[in-house]
Design a protein around this ligand. Structure first.
Ligand SMILES: [Zn+2]
Length: 143
């Protein structure tokens, strides 16, 4: 997924987030990445484009993206610094490898998994927890 500059502008406007050159660079890199990068990994990807970027800026920007719904922060087992981020907001299924990489399942296989959850299960989760669900996020983890 490689969003155009116009698409990025629209997206930021829709989410009510100010678009700066750094944010555009970081969002573009995150959207193009298939690896669900951590802040540190994303910094390595964009450092060539913007050598002045700091890890703190990347981290704060990713948190702002997550808070405004521009990307998802994936559940992180090893502390917030190791969190991975995903700009793909469609419901899809992740596979976490034993060395900590996160891959997307092929779309058709992910749809098969998610279709088995069914609206009745999602309704029951909402009813029993009292928490309204925004999206389904399923991951399988290798030992
Ligand atoms: Zn993903």
């Amino acid at each position: 997924m490689t969003p155009s500059v116009a698409e990025i502008r629209d997206l930021f406007r829709t989410k009510g987030l100010r678009l700066t050159r750094q944010r555009e660079t970081l969002y573009q890199a995150l959207a193009e990445s298939k690896s669900h990068p951590t802040a540190e990994e994303l910094l390595q990807i964009v450092r060539r484009l913007d050598p002045g970027l700091s890890l703190a800026t990347v981290y704060n920007t990713l948190e702002a993206f997550s808070a405004s719904g521009l990307c998802r922060r994936l559940a992180c087992a090893r502390g917030i610094g190791a969190c991975r981020y995903d700009a793909d907001l469609h419901d899809h299924v992740h596979l976490v490898t034993s060395d900590g990489r996160v891959m997307d399942l092929p779309i058709d296989l992910g749809e098969k998994v998610l279709s088995r959850l069914g609206p009745d299960v999602l309704d029951e989760i909402e009813a029993r927890t009292g928490i309204r669900l925004g999206a389904a996020s399923v991951q399988f983890v290798a030992p």
